[in-house]
Design a protein around this ligand. Structure first.
Ligand SMILES: Nc1nc2c(ncn2[C@@H]2O[C@H](COP(=O)(O)OP(=O)(O)OP(=O)(O)O)[C@@H](O)[C@H]2O)c(=O)[nH]1
Length: 670
């Protein structure tokens, strides 16, 4: 399942990332007395040695691994912070900064992009418990992060915002958690809000999930009200992990990130056995052996331990270090070297598939190497981005990047700009196309083959082929569920129909909510359907989707021609029904941003040889030297130098020179 929220405060655009989790402990002085909401449990933060000694005395029956299942913005990260404070794992610092959302982009956008984890100690009825909390991302693009997190948990808090009630992603995340066999504890959050309606939220939970809501916790993660009841309930209702520390090591790789000094760090769930520094371990996926350098838990930052045992979730890194993030295959099983014949590996996780592609080019080609290094560093920490070299006649050498979704893509752009101040031109997002070539002459090696392409440059020229001999084209489709208050139903249906959607059903839930189901081409989802729904429903609509395969479609390659020469960076594969409108839009917008030339420039949008729209930019003569006196040599040279400098920024398409800013403006949404 995949999903997007269109709630009021959610991000306007859209992706996934990686982690700097992880370097955080230093800001929390060990042993400093924290302020707690509840005085019952001991909340003083233990020293590293005390921590190790306390954990050593906790049997697996007193471990609890859990996460929070919720729709985006319903308060997972805020609640996680409260739980960390309550258990003395972090100290309340009076700011609203969320501890588990550590990436800048996460803090700025207020969304969780990368699943983070933290261990906590809690004394319940005189006995210590080791709790492991995973804060999962709520956004659709990061669905794989969510599934992986669930695999390391025994249960989850099903968190519902008291003012918004059950939303599209509450439903889909519930089913994911349910399928993983997690024990679910309903919690209604944000009860402090004036618009909170807890009885309605409870009714929706009962109706939608058939869960018994008697004794449901009503809390405010913001003020802390009711939060102290959560951990006792987790201990009572969520089963302890099972596993045998005396068996050979059986360890699942759940997540990984890159550290400049330590190499790849693995987040692992130990199912059986133990792991400690110096152990020689074996990876089933890569059949490689490693020597363990350090093991530890996140408390809240990396805290070394002498051993990790069955039932625990912690980190491991190697000495010598694992160098490539690609070697850490998420879902891989590790065991002790020599035990690989007797230990059964886990089936592994689904590999993420890139669904949104863009090309990126430096605004100044002399920055190519610098930006290539920056992109390389970002990709190093995010295995789900695919990276290839690309080049364009208009924009020079660049890269072709594949992302899980459009939020993933836009977070990547933000990170590139924020963290590296690089200026790049990014083309419009595109989706893959499947082509089935007939067994006919004229297609060379492709005859009779099926291929999936991600760039318009690979879309075949249709001219010269009869209909029967043209390759059949297919576009990716998704099964989308849109939840909205009833009053906006008409507008939502209208938008889904415009997006070439096929209605699959309408379900009413609660007194005022309705869920509309559509099969929609992914193209339209990427083309900001989410933003449009948000606009049409005052931010109330929420959208969730799952892949639904391919659908045959009349797809064409549209090109922008400048004085009859195609601008390759702007070509797109689109549905024929959109061609007229988009063609008009392209030529008008491009004309607006193109500087006048010494001669007339014809701008056309075309499919093959067929021109759909045309604009003309009149000639403009700018002779900087014309007004100067022949003897004014110094000034003459200065003007020529200035012109030369200006030309560096220009690219030529045939005989037309185009400033990079024209491309940037053309490709910007506004
Ligand atoms: N009034 C009120 N606001 C809350 C409460 N809990 C969270 N919020 C606010 O709701 C917004 C979203 O909270 P987050 O904790 O970031 O939500 P999230 O579910 O982690 O969001 P994602 O990580 O993007 O899925 C923030 O502005 C919080 O301050 C609450 O109990 N009461």
């Amino acid at each position: 399942m995949r999903g997007i929220s269109a709630t009021g405060s959610s991000p306007s655009s859209q992706s996934r990332l990686f982690s700097t989790l992880r370097h955080a402990s230093s800001s929390f002085g060990l042993g400093a007395p924290p302020r707690c909401f509840s005085t019952t449990p001991p909340c003083r933060k233990p020293t590293a040695e005390q921590l190790e000694a306390r954990i050593a005395n906790i049997p697996i029956e007193r471990y609890r691994n859990f996460c929070i299942v919720a729709h985006i913005d319903h308060g997972k990260s805020t609640l996680s912070d409260r739980l960390l404070e309550l258990t003395g794992t972090i100290v309340k610092d009076g700011t609203n900064k969320q501890f588990l959302d550590k990436l800048d982009v996460e803090r700025q956008r207020g969304i969780t992009v990368k699943a983070q984890t933290c261990s906590m100690l809690y004394n319940y009825r005189g006995e210590d418990y080791l709790l492991h909390l995973v804060d999962t991302p709520g956004h659709v693009d990061f669905r794989l992060e969510v599934t992986r997190s669930y695999a390391s948990c025994g249960g989850a808090l099903l968190l519902v915002d008291a003012s918004q009630g059950v939303q599209a992603q509450t439903v889909s995340n519930f089913y994911l958690a349910f399928a993983e066999g997690l024990s679910l504890i309903p919690v209604v959050n944000k009860i402090d809000m004036p618009s909170a309606d807890p009885p309605r939220a409870l009714r929706q939970i009962e109706q939608t999930f058939e869960l018994d809501t008697a004794g449901t916790l009503l809390v405010s993660a913001k003020t802390g009200t009711g939060v102290d009841k959560i951990i006792p309930k987790v201990i009572e209702d969520i089963p302890a992990p099972t596993g045998d520390e005396n068996k050979p090591l059986r360890m699942l790789l759940v997540d990984s990130w890159y550290d400049t000094f330590k190499g790849v760090i693995l987040l692992v769930r130990i199912f059986d056995g133990t792991i400690k520094p110096g152990d020689q371990i074996y990876s089933f996926a890569t059949q490689t052996k490693y020597t363990v350098g350090e093991v530890g838990i996140q408390y809240p930052g990396p805290t070394p331990q002498t051993v990790l045992k069955a039932g625990q979730v912690g980190y491991v890194f190697f000495n010598p270090a694992m160098k490539r993030i690609q070697d850490a295959k998420i879902g891989d099983t590790f065991t002790l070297l020599g035990k690989e014949k007797i230990v059964e590996p886990y089936p592994g996780f689904e590999e993420p598939k890139p669904m949104v592609f863009v090309s990126a080019f430096p605004t100044d080609q002399s920055d190519y190497q610098k930006i290539a290094e920056h992109i390389g560093q970002l990709v190093l920490n995010d295995r789900s981005i695919t990276l290839m070299k690309d080049s364009s006649e208009a924009l020079g050498a660049g890269w072709r990047l594949g992302f899980l979704g459009s939020l993933h893509c836009s977070v990547f752009q933000d990170r590139l700009r924020q963290e590296h101040q690089s200026n790049i031109i990014i083309t419009e997002p595109s989706v893959p196309t499947k082509l089935e070539y007939p067994e006919a002459s004229g297609h060379g090696a492709l005859s009779g083959k099926t291929v999936v392409i991600s760039s318009a440059a690979d879309f075949p020229d249709q001219d010269g082929f009869t209909r029967e001999r043209r390759p059949k084209s297919f576009e990716p489709i998704v099964f989308a569920s849109v939840a909205t208050p009833k009053e906006y139903l008409g507008r939502v249906i209208e938008l889904c129909e415009v997006a070439r959607g096929e209605q699959q059903g309408i379900e009413f839930f609660g007194a005022n909510q309705v869920m509309v189901k559509y099969i929609i081409p992914l193209f339209h989802l990427v083309d900001d359907l989410f933003g449009k729904l948000k606009g049409a429903t005052k931010g109330y609509a929420t959208l969730d989707y799952e892949d639904a395969g391919w659908r045959e479609a009349d797809l064409v390659k549209m090109q922008l021609l400048v004085n009859r020469v195609p601008v390759d960076a702007i070509s797109r594969v689109i549905h024929r029904s959109l061609a007229e409108r988009l063609g008009r839009l392209w030529v008008t917008k491009f004309r607006e941003h193109l500087d006048r030339q010494m001669f007339e420039v014809v701008i056309q949008a075309a499919i093959g040889k067929k021109v759909l729209a045309r604009e003309t930019l009149k000639a403009f003569r700018k002779d900087v030297l014309q007004k100067l006196h022949a003897s004014d040599v110094g000034r003459r040279q200065k003007l020529l130098d200035k012109q030369k400098e200006g030309r560096k920024k220009l690219q030529s398409i045939g005989n037309v020179t185009i400033d990079h800013t024209s491309f940037q403006k053309f490709l910007s949404k506004s």
